[in-house]
Design a binder for this molecule. Structure first.
Ligand code: GRF
Length: 303
């Protein structure tokens, strides 16, 4: 139950405790304030009193939880929470709340990231012009996470005006996993595109089935630790395969292991080298990754 709440709200254990405490204290404060206010009316405790009391605490509740959330450091969460509740109640959520914020984790040249960014702005533009159904989900690249200073993907982010986050191993694996930064940018979904570190278990718990990766071969073959970049293509050619391809999969705690979402194939010709095969694979990736992300995001948005 608690784990489910943690996943639903994208928060770590400590934040969950603080959020539940805010709910409890906010509820008590609201009940107390409601009774105090009604004392001024000199009304007897009859049906009218109860009706007024319920109306009063309904109005006071958002104010009370927001107030309590400030000293407990949960204001940003409750602000988002109340906006969500309000848009659900007013029926606006169906049309407006369907854009997912994604973070791309990448440490290389960033050609996939570039393609994903390009597609996201096209989707948002189309949405603005109402060319696609109003309730179809779109995504927006809200953050680029990188572990290599000077990586090409950082320049791509800068050109596109997307915030970047340079991460360090120690904090990523043994600290808070950069969850506060992901929360600050309201990240709903994580896309790996050339990111070589394993995802820490804590991040997988907070983003269940919300982290996907692309691998430049047909998994389960040619995956696992150390299988990245040209090493994958060299292994495919050395094994005499006549086809290779791409695999897009959910991320679990093992390298290149989670449930497969999509695969596409290409031919490995006699004369192919690791370089020419990499070019074919990149074309397949660029043609398919953004569309697969859009479709997974749409499904998540509906569930
Ligand atoms: C891609 O081939 C992808 O399959 C792998 O890393 C590469 C990243 O390339 N995971 P780029 O940085 O997107 O150009």
């Amino acid at each position: 139950m608690l784990k489910k709440l943690q996943q639903r709200w994208n928060v770590n254990g400590l934040n969950l405790v603080l959020i539940i405490t805010t709910f409890a204290l906010g509820g008590s404060l609201c009940g107390y304030a409601g009774r105090k206010i009604l004392l001024f009316t000199n009304l007897e405790k009859n049906v009218l009193w109860f009706v007024l009391y319920i109306l009063l605490i309904t109005l006071l509740w958002p104010l009370c939880v927001l107030l309590i959330s400030i000293p407990l450091g949960q204001f940003a969460f409750f602000k988002r929470y109340l906006i969500k509740v309000w848009s659900k109640m007013s029926g606006r959520s169906k049309n407006n709340h369907n854009k997912m914020n994604i973070a791309i984790f990448a440490s290389g040249a960033g050609s996939n990231a570039q393609q994903i960014i390009k597609t996201s702005s096209l989707l948002l533009q189309e949405k603005g012009e109402a060319k696609i159904e109003a309730n179809k989900a779109t995504y927006e690249v809200a953050l680029i996470v990188c572990n290599k200073p000077g990586a090409g993907v950082l320049q791509i982010a800068e050109k596109a005006g997307i915030p970047t986050l340079l991460i360090e191993k120690e904090r990523f694996f043994n600290g808070d996993n950069y969850l506060p930064e992901l929360k600050k940018h309201q990240i709903d979904f994580i896309v790996l595109a050339g990111f070589l570190w394993k995802m820490p278990a804590a991040l997988i718990t907070v983003y269940p089935k919300k982290i996907i990766n692309i691998h430049p071969a047909l998994l389960p073959k040619y995956g696992g630790k150390g299988m990245y970049g040209s090493k994958v293509h060299e292994a495919v050619i050395a094994a005499g395969e006549n086809e290779s391809g791409i695999t897009i999969h959910f991320v679990d705690e093992l390298y290149d292991h989670g449930e497969i979402i999509f695969q596409a194939k290409c031919e490995v010709a006699q004369q192919d080298t690791a370089e020419t095969l990499a070019q074919k694979i990149h074309l397949l990736e660029h043609a398919n990754y953004p569309a697969v992300i859009a479709s997974v995001v749409e499904k998540q948005n509906r569930s």
